[in-house]
Design a binder for this molecule. Structure first.
Ligand SMILES: Nc1nc2c(ncn2[C@@H]2O[C@H](COP(=O)(O)OP(=O)(O)O)[C@@H](O)[C@H]2O)c(=O)[nH]1
Ligand SMILES: [Mg+2]
Length: 248
């Protein structure tokens, strides 16, 4: 089955743990035991994300305003389900599809989030990268914009990588992981959402989870389905926690 083949190929990626630094790093802090998040935490996180609203769009890093708010970047190859996931997490129908506006697809789009009309965090929707044979020039341009953003954006607090587990990691996903690895070592939060989980059997979903956990050593990996609303509350709670470390 093509699906199995994709998963096997993915497994054979030579880097066993993309996020591990070459020098021994201290044992990762034990992740908070995932006792299902308290309903009030989930409610707070979902209500908070629902306030997301378009702030600005920029073709290049130098055009992005320097905002003094924790920022969470959403990245992933085209068609991975990124726009759908952002819309699902914010419980809005058109928020991320705004980036489909002609001329804006290669832009970085920023959304403000915060209760009582006071933004306390920013979501950044980064350009999706090609999944077919992308012209070399477009690839290089993407690497430049993305690389600059991920390396130098000071307010960056976390990165959410959307990955369709039926296709596994692409070359550009791996470049991205290489680029952010040093920042993850320094404390940048990192989450992989395995999108369209409704398309996988339970066995394949578990397999995809284990493989990705190895590859993303250090980051969290969760199954996500916009269609079945799987993983939505968990992801929302995590993003809320990243940006509100002192919340009860
Ligand atoms: N079955 C299923 N399809 C999805 C899901 N999320 C997105 N899709 C579909 O995948 C395609 C690409 O989604 P989109 O959000 O535009 O991807 P993007 O290019 O990464 O922003 C669309 O046809 C979506 O309807 C999901 O959770 N389940
Ligand atoms: Mg999109």
């Amino acid at each position: 089955m093509a699906q199995n083949r994709a998963i096997l190929q993915w497994q054979s990626v030579p880097k066993a743990s993309l996020m591990t630094s070459p020098t021994p790093s201290p044992a990762p802090a034990t992740p908070p035991t995932t006792t299902a998040a308290a309903p009030d935490r989930i409610r707070a996180a979902m209500g908070w994300l629902h306030t997301a609203h378009f702030l600005t769009s920029a073709p290049q890093l130098e055009h992005l305003p320097a905002l003094d708010l924790p920022e969470i970047a959403f990245v992933g190859r085209s068609n991975a389900g990124k726009s759908t996931a952002i819309n699902t997490l914010t419980q809005q129908t058109r928020l991320a599809f705004a980036s489909k506006t002609p001329g804006r697809t290669q832009h970085i789009n920023l959304f403000g989030v915060g209760k009582q009309k006071i933004d306390d965090a920013v979501l950044a929707d980064l350009p999706g990268y090609g999944y077919a044979a992308v012209p070399k020039e477009a690839k290089l341009r993407w690497q430049r914009v993305m690389g600059n953003y991920l390396i130098t954006r000071e307010s960056l607090r976390g990165v959410v990588l959307m990955c369709d587990p039926r296709h596994g990691l692409t070359e550009l996903d791996e470049i991205l992981l290489d680029v952010i690895r040093p920042r993850v070592t320094e404390g940048l939060k990192f989450l992989v959402l395995l999108t369209k989980a409704d398309k996988l059997t339970r066995a394949d979903a578990n397999k995809a989870l284990s493989i990705m956990r190895l590859q993303a050593g250090g980051g969290e990996v969760k199954l996500f389905s916009a269609l079945k609303k799987q993983g939505v509350e968990e992801a929302a709670e995590l993003l809320h926690r990243w940006t509100h470390p002192d919340a009860p």
